[in-house]
Design a protein around this ligand. Structure first.
Ligand code: C2E
Ligand code: MG
Ligand code: MG
Length: 464
């Protein structure tokens, strides 16, 4: 039991750098974020505790950032658990409050919660500053925590810290996006393609699907392919979806283009199944945009396509991003539930770049989480991006989801991800997106194993 601590006031210069670190996350004055509730629920469930809470401490107040059944969102910092953790510079476990009469007793929270036991782990910034605490409470005394349990509590606090980092990256990138949009609005040449260009392309059947293999990182076996749309413009050649999907969304043409893509992908699945029954285990992943997702009866539409093309629902995967869920948040539970009941594989694309990642994962029936390319490409930059990738993989494991890492370009990235237990990967290191006919050739390879799959033969250059 660690009840005997002497409380030292943190030095004022380290306190000011701690406060500066805390301020950079911009979390104190924000509304409650359900993402935090997901993590405290997970902690309470795991430890079979009566409740769990997450709070951040500034110079005088402790800001409670998870639902805890009381109205107060902030309490005085004096005599708080946060103060204890800060003074100790590490976790604090108190088995039974009744036996502890120190003047530093964290009365406020414990009295309100009527708790006898608590265990609290610090949430730290990447350079070790204590920003807040993740705490589990029980009304009855408990024997303490085993070393393993304490490590798990610290790992959960680390997940919170990484969530904060993701949030910070997102704030920076959304500011950059706003600036780019403002620049693009001034530049009229960026207006291409216009509505009429896209309409004409649809009528002339100028869109094509290319497919990029998704491989099992342990064996190099192709387990699926992602359908990625391209436009064969007679004048400009092959046009990237990044150049026309946003315009198609703006002009309301994403629905017919998306419908075409779904039908084309289903017809391709049937073709591959016909050429070799073993291909029946291949899954084909199609990207959905927000407008397609908002449409009523999406699940019925998908079901009728499955019947029309005679394919199994497990062969079709639908990828959507968090930002496409947000405008449809009220119908998302029903739409995703309908698709899930059909047995269609649901993938959260570009994970980490959206708004409230943790909460969406907990609420919706996603089967697979795709780690965004921006995180994979930063793996070599240092401990912090590596920790983010590690945490995302761990989070998926806790939630029982499969993980696909996107945009693997280097051998080191591949080794690092594989060592962490990331099951699947996609990227130029293995194969670029290619026309269906080239995929057909790859599917004929023995065991569907990519011919130039890099067999790991050296130890990873990066620590896992
Ligand atoms: P996404 O769904 O995240 O697709 C992955 C993108 O990453 C693809 O770009 C792919 O070519 C690229 N990629 C894969 N591996 C690597 C790599 O190792 N390095 C690099 N640098 N890039 C890699 P693409 O084909 O340009 O597609 C961009 C985005 O356009 C897609 O991102 C998706 O959001 C959207 N998109 C593509 N096809 C469709 C579609 O049929 N419907 C809708 N609504 N959106 C689509
Ligand atoms: Mg995708
Ligand atoms: Mg993606």
């Amino acid at each position: 039991m660690q009840q005997e601590m002497a409380i030292h006031q943190a030095g004022s210069s380290s306190e000011s750098s701690r406060l500066a670190a805390l301020a950079s996350y911009k979390i104190l004055d924000t509304p409650p974020e359900p993402g935090y509730d997901a993590i405290t629920r997970l902690a309470a469930e795991y430890f079979r505790a009566d409740s769990a809470g997450l709070a951040f401490g500034d110079e005088s107040r402790v800001w409670i950032k998870s639902a805890w059944g009381k109205h107060a969102r902030e309490i005085p910092r004096q005599n708080s658990i946060f103060n204890l953790v800060l003074a100790r510079n590490g976790p604090v476990v108190v088995a039974d409050m009744a036996g502890w009469n120190s003047p530093e007793r964290p009365i406020f929270m414990l009295h309100l919660l009527n708790a006898a036991f608590f265990a609290s782990a610090p949430v730290r910034s990447p350079d070790g500053k204590i920003l807040g605490v993740l705490t589990i409470f029980s009304r009855a005394p408990r024997p303490g925590l085993s070393a393993h349990e304490l490590r798990t509590l610290e790992n959960l606090a680390q997940i919170v810290a990484n969530h904060l980092e993701l949030r910070k990256l997102r704030l920076v990138s959304s500011q950059r996006t706003k600036m780019r949009r403002a620049e693009a609005a001034l530049d009229t040449s960026k207006a291409w393609p216009r509505r009429a260009d896209l309409r004409r392309a649809l009528d002339r059947r100028e869109f094509v699907l290319h497919y990029q293999p998704e491989v099992d990182l342990a064996t190099g076996r192709i387990v699926g392919v992602e359908a990625l749309i391209r436009w064969m413009d007679p004048e400009r050649g092959l046009v990237s979806p990044m150049e026309f999907i946003p315009q198609a969304e703006k002009y309301g043409l994403i629905l017919p283009i998306g419908d075409w893509g779904l039908v084309e992908a289903c017809s391709q699945i049937r073709e591959w199944n016909c050429s070799d029954p073993l291909n029946g285990t291949l899954r084909v992943l199609v990207n959905l945009s927000a407008r397609q997702f908002a449409r009523t009866g999406l699940a019925d539409h998908v079901e009728s396509l499955l019947i029309q093309f005679g394919i199994s629902s497990r062969q079709l995967g639908l990828e959507m991003t968090e930002s496409s869920l947000i405008p449809n948040i009220h119908t998302a539970v029903d739409v995703l539930g309908g698709l899930h009941n059909l047995g269609v594989v649901l993938l959260m694309d570009d994970f980490g770049t959206g708004y409230s990642s943790l909460n969406y994962l907990h609420t919706f029936p996603f089967d697979v989480l795709k780690i965004d390319r921006s995180f994979v490409s930063r793996i070599h930059e240092g401990e912090q991006p590596r920790q983010i990738v590690r945490t995302i993989i761990e989070l998926a494991r806790v939630l029982g989801m499969d993980v696909v890492a996107e945009g693997i370009e280097t051998y080191d990235q591949f080794l690092f991800l594989r060592k962490l237990g990331c099951r699947y990967g996609q990227g130029f290191l293995f194969a670029r997106p290619m026309p269906a006919s080239e995929i057909t050739n790859l599917l004929r390879l023995p065991g569907r194993i990519l011919p130039d799959f890099p067999e790991p033969c050296e130890p990873a250059l990066l620590p896992a």
